[in-house]
Design a protein around this ligand. Structure first.
Ligand code: HEM
Length: 287
């Protein structure tokens, strides 16, 4: 395409006919991408600003610190998107929708598989190369990732004690976490949806009856079943990430304590068994 100009015509709507709305002469003669004439790839995506954020602490610079900063920042970007998708899924369930929440959760699941997969990148770092800058990190730790904890709270695993255990939480991060503790979780959204579909969900017994009815009649309740499965995928993916993260951490630091002050691998291992939706796991035993 180099050197070729793309000139829009009224048949560009791909409808196979020229019956689309007439455009002004100015629009017809503008090349694709020149209409606005303001944005570039770099300015739209703020590439210079983005690439200025990888600031190493080690001096002289330890080679692997750029990898370490980059991978954490990439996780935080994905966490931000996950929060947007999961919040929308929750809101739409609260409003009685089942289709879009499933679509959102399916996207989250693909992202979560990327999160698990990209652990391979940090595994290319050796413990010796990590030690070249690790002492600079304490007491900073992934434990202080506010977005990670927001995802947990939004998903249903709410533990207010984390707010006291966080060191160096900004006022904004604290506000966001307090809001997530107060807000309905994804599970609350799903329960609201079941209630709007006529199921009683106030007690554990009622919820199991509802979940079993849905599971046993997928012709009638297919959309609700699919949504429950999408929640399971989210729960399972988070647990897989936790399990992968323990191995990543132990591969680097063995049985040493973490930079955040925890027992390290032992603390992380204790969290692998946490589940967002224990009732969906228990349902399996009842089928
Ligand atoms: C060299 C690689 C890594 C090591 C050795 C490591 C080690 C640890 C340790 C020991 C903890 C427990 C808290 C503490 O005492 O510090 C922790 C927590 C955590 N790390 Fe990592 N980590 C690594 C990479 C990552 C990456 C790439 C992420 C991505 C965001 C991450 C996210 C987290 C999160 C979210 C927690 C809190 C987990 C929880 O409380 O359930 N870590 N990490």
């Amino acid at each position: 395409m180099s050197g070729q100009r793309y000139v829009g015509t009224v048949s560009d709507d791909h409808s196979g006919n020229n019956a689309g709305p007439a455009r002004s002469d100015a629009t017809q003669s503008a090349s694709f991408g020149e209409q606005g004439g303001v944005l570039t790839y770099g300015s739209y995506l703020r590439v210079p600003e983005l690439l200025a954020q990888q600031v190493r602490e080690s001096d002289p610079p330890a080679h692997d610190e750029l990898l370490f900063i980059t991978i954490h920042q990439v996780y935080e970007l994905w966490f931000q998107l996950l929060l947007a998708e999961l919040t929308d899924a929750r809101d739409r369930m609260l409003a009685g929708e089942s289709y879009n929440p499933r679509v959102r959760l399916e996207r989250c699941n693909v992202i979560e598989r990327v999160l698990v997969g990209q652990v391979d990148v940090i595994d290319t770092m050796t413990p010796q190369d990590f030690l070249a800058f690790r002492t600079k990190l304490a007491p900073a730790s992934g434990f202080q990732s506010a977005q990670f904890r927001e995802i947990e709270f939004l998903s249903g695993l709410k533990d207010a004690s984390y707010l006291d255990r966080f060191r160096g939480l900004s006022a904004d991060e604290r506000d966001r976490l307090l809001r997530r503790l107060d807000e309905p979780s994804l599970w609350d959204g799903y329960m609201a949806l079941l209630a709007s579909a006529g199921f009683a969900v106030a007690t554990a017994e009622e919820r199991f009856t509802a979940l079993k009815t849905i599971a046993n009649d997928r012709t009638q309740h297919g959309a609700l079943w699919d949504l429950a499965e999408a929640l399971m995928d989210h729960d399972q993916a988070w647990s897989l990430w936790r399990a992968r993260h323990v191995l990543m951490a132990e591969r680097q630091i063995g049985t040493k304590p973490g930079t955040g002050g925890s027992a390290g691998g032992a603390y992380l291992r204790s969290r692998v068994e946490f589940r967002f939706y224990p009732e969906l796991w228990e349902l399996r035993s009842l089928l």
